[in-house]
Unconditional design. Structure first.
Length: 171
């Protein structure tokens, strides 16, 4: 009557494999097998994962470095303002527009702002304030921070301060 269907199917598959193997050995078929392609894809995936994890630390370092530079910029601008304008309290508007004492040249060209990570502002007495998303007052500070005004915040202790600086809070 004939061979069972299963046996016909497996015999057909074996003969197809043998025919393709002969053609490949004879050089009639060029290319990669599915297994070879899958191995290459897996290796590339592993390399991509290694690169992504390696770059994660670099972005954290860049945020800290940017924060330190922004803090130094604001601190220097306030110090220059105070030296040229004794008795006048520094505020964002005066730092951005300048005063007659310096020929109306701005002390800061634009207010440094990196709201996903940190914000700088000035207190009512002209001191530099520093705020991070991890502080309790961040939600109150962010809507007001575009002009450099923080509702509250810690007094900025300098770029490498262990208690109130970029390295301590972001690093």
């Amino acid at each position: 009557v004939g061979k069972p269907t299963r046996q016909k199917g497996s015999m057909n598959m074996i003969s197809t494999y043998q025919r393709l193997q002969r053609k490949r050995d004879a050089g009639e078929i060029d290319g990669f097998t599915l297994i070879e392609l899958l191995i290459v894809i897996v290796v590339l995936g592993i390399l991509a994962a290694v690169v992504i994890f390696a770059l994660g630390g670099i972005t954290g370092q860049s945020v800290t470095a940017a924060c330190q530079a922004d803090g130094a910029t604001i601190s220097t601008a306030v110090a220059a303002f105070n030296a040229q304008n004794p008795g006048v309290t520094a505020n964002e508007a005066l730092l951005l527009s300048g005063t007659a004492a310096n020929g109306l040249h701005p002390y800061v060209q634009s207010w440094p702002l990196n709201t996903p990570h940190y914000a700088f502002g000035l207190s009512a007495t002209g001191g530099v304030l520093f705020e991070t998303p991890w502080s309790l007052s961040w939600n109150n500070a962010v809507p007001n921070v575009a002009g450099g005004t923080l509702a509250t915040g810690m007094v900025y202790g300098g770029p490498n301060s262990v208690t109130a600086g970029c390295a301590a809070t972001l690093g």
